[in-house]
Design a protein around this ligand. Sequence first.
Ligand code: F3S
Length: 407
Amino acid sequence: MYLTNDEELIYNGGKGPTLQKMMEILVALGDIYGADRLIPIRSAQIAGVSYKTIGDAGLEWISDLEGTVRVPAVLNPMGMDRGAWESMGIDRAFAGKQEEIIRAYEKLGIRAECTCTPYYLERPRFGDHLAWSESSAVCFANSVLGARTNREGGPSALAAALIGKTAHYGLHVRENRYPNVTIKVKEPLHGAEYGALGYVVGPKVGDGIPIFTFKSTPSEDELKHLGAALAASGAVALFHVLGVTPEQYILPPERMEMGRQELESEDDWQVPSRYFLPRDHIDLDINAVRQLLREHAEPDLIALGCPHASRQELEDIARALKGRRVKKEVWVCVGRSAAEKDASLIDELRKSGVRVLYDTCMVVSPAANRFKRMMVNSGKALKYVPSMCGVEASIGTTEECIEEACR
Ligand code: F3S
């Protein structure tokens, strides 16, 4: 991989051991994946924050680093709400370690904003290069915003943040962003069904790049849930939706001549399916998706906000509550800064007895482990809650979750 003189100086230790270590990580990845050079990034989002997942070894690794990040950088959710850990049932020893981790990141100039929806803080622009590591955020940035990021690990995202660059390979390269498998969904979907769809087809897609054709037009929140579940049950980092996502017409040059207008004026399906869609396809059993939403056992925790809730989702929850008080434990996970802008909405939820949690989530916090059965509205949480928390999980729509909570 080509390095400029400055980059070579860092690589050889001329700017200190931390930057040398970080450059070694970037160069090693670049060499493995055939990168030609390093490219500047606009922002980084760094995983490996919850003490539950990184433990003492991770804390020690971060604490040994020195220097300051070169681009805006935020963190993935941690193991507790910094302002409410006691009431979450987190013990003092865990909270102490978690604070140490956050301080170690802050020392490097990283903002202690712990969220898997960093695009609610600052929305990347089409074509921006990023180094993000939370899989749902990666999928959203690539697919919904048309920004470019690989699925970074915590250390490589941190390395990119400290150097201000990442290796030019994978999804940073336009030619690697073409869809390679088609999934036709022949019935309209709504709300949590998109997350359930991602849960069902993710394992079949693996790390492919699917293009979906839908009979319904998914909202941004529905795309967020689809991508999060695809990334969790498969290893998807980019998907396209015909007629919806910004790069749906990134196609090999010989197929580029047909314009958007022509596609949109036709019946949704026929023109694109003949000319544009990859021949490989996945047959979808829509009943498997619908069945997932029917399998409910009585939960003792209802947890929403995976990925962290948008303003629209908070409004949907408030609307479903209709001013009622919940009778079960209900968590809504949300990024702190995004939520603080919506203080009155948060107050309204809290008055209904909902626990609104900042900085953390039902999967990365050990506080969820004490429950038996969780009901969620997210395909990603459905996938991770059993393995990460040892808690049974079922999925319902937001309205069904709230009805269950008020029953
Ligand atoms: Fe975010 Fe936690 Fe879900 S990090 S995507 S809320 S598992």
